[in-house]
Design a binder for this molecule. Sequence first.
Ligand code: PBG
Length: 325
Amino acid sequence: MSFPLHRYRRLRATEPLRALVRETMLAPSDFVAPLFVVPGENVRQPVPSMPGVDRTSPDLAAEEAKRLAGLGVLSVILFGIPDAKDARGSSSADPEGPVCRAVRAIKSESPKTVVMTDVCLCEYTDHGHCGVLADRTVDNDATLPILVDEALAHAHAGADVIAPSDMMDGRVAAIRAGLDGAGFPSVPILAYAAKYASGFYGPFREAAESTPSFGDRRAYQMDPANVREAVKEVLSDVEEGADIVMVKPALSYLDVVRAAKEATNVPIAAYNVSGEYAMVKAAAQNGWIDGKRVTLEILTSIRRAGADLILTYHAREAAEWLGRL
Ligand code: PBG
């Protein structure tokens, strides 16, 4: 019944026709740009495995946030690299730490920017795990109050969204209660709900100095083989009060993004992680792929799978490309 009555090529003939029937849109306002912040002033340190990504001091992070806002990228997420680390990750709640200083700097330089902060201990512990240890594994319940303190420090500094990424059980409920109790009932939580124990985080760990000194994160991050478990994680984070839930990484987990989208009606975020970025940059630098084309295709595919917002290191260049289309 189809051919020759139907000819699908009719609607593919010209760009205006293709634009009319396009199902998935990509806009700079969909992107959240990750920023790595270090102590000091006027500091810029390129991350070798992530061409185009720098670690910067809070003042330069504020300039970058302003430049991004000018391109339509209105959200950033901050990761801090502190001067001091200890077994409990105490510096994670330091109001003078790089994240809190960057929150204040960005909010004064670019008030419209939605400033999200990653809440986790791996950048702040001397052993590099995402919580405090007991018997060489992470003690879930003992970690929760430390995460709450970190979230409260960020909220006091002026963070607009709190994003816990540690994968402890019960941390969304604990942080929600902490925020509500401290007078921040309107600060939303973006939960890294389905975060997998992934090889794709390699370049991030170089940038954030957060590689575990022993073992790995498989006792708290999810098994890459599981999707039904991801739905369980998503639903319980929503039940605990998460306003947005995230799937991470994005590309090898597009089925998980789709499953999360169908399981709940809160907005879905996906994290186009460091290893995904590094692969595209490396291949493009070698002339093996067209970097711009592949990047926009990847970002579109993440949106098509069901993500409403995308955390991506491509945010600035993609916004520039979209502005020039
Ligand atoms: C943990 C955290 C990680 C990433 C974001 N938050 C690393 C990890 O779990 O080891 C990875 C992001 C990326 O690879 O781009 N604070």
